[in-house]
Ligand binder design. Structure first.
Ligand code: 2AM
Ligand code: CA
Length: 266
């Protein structure tokens, strides 16, 4: 599989930051982190990874703009290009020694997503996609799952937690989805969830509220794997309104419909 120069830059940045995260994750797992400061330790790991990505990307493409989870928006001279970066998606998992976390890097050109990388350093799984060039897990071409019925589908989601999201509304959605599907999974890294939908490991996904860096690379990944992604209204404003629904064409449509239902009695 031949990668473009720009995708290679993104892969190098993700792998380098991934090595740093993997080292820090080892410390968390070995309980070297004092009980008092695991949160601080993880924030440091997060910031270190972001610094590596920022340095690598700005060295390779000086002037491109950034939107990063920790640093926020950094305007470059080149406003046609913007990196959208989450240096550690799945922070809670990382903190708890659960090896389900990822680095997500997307590139926008004139407002359009053109390249994406999602890397899970704990499993050494590298997902890449380029607009028009398909999506890959390491060297293997990806295709979304072909299941056509919601009743056969495994659907990923994110459950809102303390201080975040509308818990009552979410429970109505969950109740409806759990009643119509083969199972619901909650992994804790939205970027990785979307990569799993692209890889056909899960048939669909929905979550809110999410930030642009959680989903930018995953949106391209799924579309390049032949899948469908929209916001909860069925529009294309996932980065703006923070809602996302994904799957193959049929599952995506069915999921959108199920999420709009009022509470069912069953
Ligand atoms: P994080 O690990 O980078 O915080 C889990 O359901 C998903 O939601 C993860 O991708 C997580 O990203 C993201 N998330 C956690 N808190 C969030 C917040 N306050 N706003 C948006 N996304 C959040
Ligand atoms: Ca995130």
């Amino acid at each position: 599989m031949a990668r473009s120069a720009i995708l290679n830059v993104m892969v190098q940045a993700a792998m380098k930051a991934g090595r740093s995260l993997a080292r820090d994750f080892g410390e968390v797992q070995n309980l070297q982190v004092s009980l008092k400061g695991p949160g601080d330790y993880v924030s440091q790991a997060d910031r270190k990874a972001e610094e590596i990505i920022y340095t690598e990307l700005s060295r390779a493409r000086p002037g491109y703009s950034f939107l990063m989870e920790e640093r926020g928006a950094v305007e470059g001279e080149d406003d046609q290009h913007r990196w959208i970066v989450d240096p550690l998606d799945g922070t809670t998992n990382f903190l708890h020694g659960l090896p389900i976390f990822s680095i997500s890097i997307a590139l926008e050109r004139q407002g359009q997503l053109v390249a994406g990388v999602i890397y899970n350093p704990a499993m050494d799984e590298l997902y890449t996609a380029e607009r028009g060039g398909g999506a890959f897990l390491n060297d293997r071409r990806l295709r979304v799952a072909a299941r056509s019925k919601l009743s056969d589908a495994v659907i990923g989601t994110g459950i809102p937690h303390l201080g975040r999201g509308h818990h009552g509304n979410y429970l109505v959605e969950l109740r409806n989805v759990m009643g119509e599907t083969a199972g619901v999974r909650r992994l804790g890294s939205a970027a990785l969830d979307l990569a799993y939908v692209a890889a056909g490991r899960m048939d669909g996904f929905w979550e809110e509220p999410l930030s642009p860096w959680d989903v930018a690379a995953g949106i391209l990944m799924i579309r390049e794997a032949g899948g469908f992604v929209s916001d909860k209204q069925g529009g294309n404003n996932m980065l703006e309104n923070g809602t996302i629904v994904a799957g193959n064409e049929l599952i995506h449509r069915a999921l959108l419909k199920t999420l709009k239902k009022p509470v069912t009695s069953r």
